[in-house]
Design a protein around this ligand. Sequence first.
Ligand code: NDP
Ligand code: HSE
Length: 448
Amino acid sequence: MSIPTSSNTLKAGLGIVGFGTVGQGVWKHLAATKKNMENRLGVKIELIGVCVRNPDRQREVRIPRTAIHTDPCKLVDDPRVNIVCELMGGTTLAREVTLRALRLGKVVVSANKALVCEHGAEIFKTVSKCGGQYFFEASVAGGIPIIKSLREGLVANRFSEIAGIINGTCNYLLTRMEKEGLSYETVLKDARRLGYVEADESLDLDGVDAYHKAVILAFLAHGKWVPRKNTLVEGIRAVTLEDIQRALDFGYRIKHVAVIRRDFAKGHMTLGVYPALIPLDKVLARVDGVYNGISLTGDVVGTTTLVGRGAGQDATASAVIGDIVDAIRTLKGAAFKFLTRTDLDFYTALGQTMRMATPDEIQSQFYLRFSLRDESGVSAEVYRILAEEKISVARVIQYEHAGTRRGTHTLSTYPVSEASMERALRKLRKLRTVLETPLVLRILSPEN
Ligand code: NDP
Ligand code: HSE
């Protein structure tokens, strides 16, 4: 589909499916800059309609009642709509809407990371077959143009490590817990009010949203759709204020991170999302609040770190509007084409050059926190188990709890395999003198 011309005016007709936090933000900012945008692009931009579940809901951004629909397919099918913005979330109806629009040759813009992660292969194939286009910049890291960076600006590189903070909600929670000593529940209420949290908040809190985003980055960097079973996905529910403080005592800050590593010599890669300790002098340790930060280590560029707001109405709208502009340029035949057959062939070939690493092959540095009954010889038992698994301890701090017969021990290790740590933990959990399930976090030391 291309932009229709009437009376010499090119028209871009937008159909916005989902008019919640992101959808309203997009139209609010686009309407405010519409004239400039139209002059710049030489196109008339028209909002043909929006689609919502409840048309009677009071909304922050007002549009004529006649432009509000409840059937996404009808809006997608409207011949005046040539750009469909899928901003509703979910993976069932959103998939249907997306494929329908692409099969009609329309351009689709999306912020839906769950959809790209779970159905990206099918969507990208449909794009290459039907000649439409699919833009999804807002699906990863909010306002940071990370997808454009990977597919355009950093295209010369092979990436040995992509490590970053890619869930704004988790970062916002951990930051305010640390800086203000607030409880998890108190901060979560603010995150909801500010529009950072997914409709299903467990996606944020259990690490699944970060996993969705990491899978997208891994595909763009390595051509592989990494299945969940090959990854480590942990959220932040187990992290306490005490852990945040203990990590600081060690010279680290706890952040929820995604880490994608590729070992070119051994031909394998890893993908994990989890709370990790980052040395205080690293850039990522100072990325706070709703900000995201992604550190990419490429063989040509070295390490580049991008930082910006990772969630919320405005940052996300910025990314979606950038995609709408690309969509308009595509319709005018003036944009760089992505997801062509040759692009997909390239990714397939790239993905076939490697496998996922096994736990024996993954080396990590760990932080452990465990409580021990105050009896002679109990620490020795723990160190014996660690030694059996060839786990070398780098640093230990022990905290006494006055008036109780227990002590908290925190320690950091030198790099050791994930498999060794798992075996050691199984043994530790069986010790009568270990009072609670030990907390294990990884230590991440990015290049900068
Ligand atoms: P909201 O819940 O605020 O908005 C969702 C919108 O979709 C609402 O307008 C809702 O209608 C509409 N909708 C949902 N289901 C249907 C349906 N079955 N039929 C018609 N309309 C429907 O979500 P967000 O705006 O926060 O998120 C939208 C997408 O953007 C998601 O994929 C999310 O992951 C992604 N995203 C969100 C970010 C954020 O910071 N919030 C950042 C980056 C990406 P109604 O209003 O009537 O309920
Ligand atoms: N819930 C997501 C987050 C929104 O907090 O990062 C941005 O993708």
